[in-house]
Design a protein around this ligand. Sequence first.
Ligand code: FE2
Length: 382
Amino acid sequence: MKPVEYGLEKIFDGAQDFLPLMGTDYVEFYVGNALQAAHYYKTAFGFQSLAYAGLETGLTDRTSYVLQQDKIRLVLTSSLQSNSPIAQHVLKHGDGVKVIALWVEDARKAWEETTKRGAMSFMEPVVEKDKHGEVLRSGIHTYGDTVHIFVERKNYTGTFLPGYEPWQSEYNPTSTGLRYIDHMVGNVGWGEMNTWVKWYEDVMGFVNFLSFDDKTIHTEYSALMSKVMSNGNGRIKFPINEPAEGKKKSQIEEYLDFYEGPGCQHIAVATQDIIATVKALRSRGVEFLSAPPSAYYEAIPERLGKHKNLLKEDISELQKLGILVDADEEGYLLQIFTKPQQNRPTLFFEIIQRMGAKGFGAGNFKALFESIEREQQRRGTL
Ligand code: FE2
């Protein structure tokens, strides 16, 4: 199977990469009501029905709906019993990301290489088969109750995984232009960021290619620290955040309080046309953080510096939609953040369009966090 081309350069020579990753395979959420969550992600975000497993396919303990949009696959899983790890996960954390699954050539080797470097096993290598072939999966624990599952699917031609049936639905909302997962961010506890940076370096062979301290990421009231971890070919990027001391409560601390521990804070999904994507998402009811004040938009040409003549988008349109702009040496990027996507103020989505820039919008951190603080203020959690 030919690896998906993400247009990213190699971060370091693949020769030293003991854990070659070809991309994100799927992201599995544990949720209270997978049937309704699936409808929401189809209707609001433009995902399409892909596969299903539940009572009708022979399962007795859970139900899973698999959705797809271009290269993004989401699995929404609910327990059918009160006394199960899935139900306990939802009871403790609310709806959230349980599995960040990574596509590998050799899932047994991925498990051996990572566990021998100190990863705690979540799932020993297991072969699952059906008439379409076989899939080998294995898994390790990462921060909080989150896990990484390695998926080897080179001998499989089925829709998703053995045990799942194709899900044919008569309800097929159109795509909103989401293409692939750009990065997924983890929030960890006070003083734990460097522990997890070292874990991704030692256990998974990632490199730390960008760091932001609390002097970079702060507002008048709150602060956080962040280090971006990347695998060798740059296809998998995991920024790790921890809260920092400020006058008021950090948004990371709010997350940790409500998620009751470390977990996935946001999933950034790439689009090639953020204006069309955000218009479509807004029209389907997705809510975004409020736009920064107009001074932010007046300063965009200055922020873009040498790239200012490259900006294809109309600034007044970006302002109307609340889209943020940042630039680095190599180009610019456009981004916007949704409000939390479940009852608790925990997981949210970022929509990102990269126009050459490889950063994460550091120039937007202040505007973004002030916007989050306005929401925290309303929730009484600042
Ligand atoms: Fe992000």
